[in-house]
Write a protein of this length. Structure first.
Length: 112
């Protein structure tokens, strides 16, 4: 991630976790290490290319670690680092907000 000067810490946070799939990835990895295929199944609608791209970016930013096991067939697991796990309160707050306001928004959209 390119360092950019900003006066807003939230902007830095968004640079680290922004994107369609990063929060859902963190959400699923909070439960523990997962293989690529497990993450792919849990994230309905993500392409393999996009999942790979997001995981690599998160690894570069220090949020995710990739562990390769020396076996045949190859086994690779992804897990949150301590920096990635420190985002748990952020993800929890987003889930709570979504539960609270998601139903309200859906009911407004359903009204003619």
């Amino acid at each position: 991630m390119k360092a950019r000067e900003t006066n807003c810490p939230a902007e830095f946070t968004l640079a680290m976790i922004g994107g369609r799939w990063k929060i859902p990835l963190i959400f699923h990895l909070l439960a523990g290490a997962k293989r690529f295929s497990e993450l792919s199944r849990e994230l309905t609608g993500v392409s393999q290319k996009m999942l790979t791209q997001q995981l690599r970016e998160m690894e570069r930013n220090g949020l995710v670690e990739r562990k390769v096991y020396a076996q045949v067939p190859p086994k690779v697991e992804y897990a949150l680092t301590s920096l990635g796990r420190s985002l748990k309160p952020v993800v929890d707050a987003m889930c709570q907000w979504g539960e609270l306001h998601g139903a309200q928004t859906a009911s407004r959209e359903a009204q003619p």
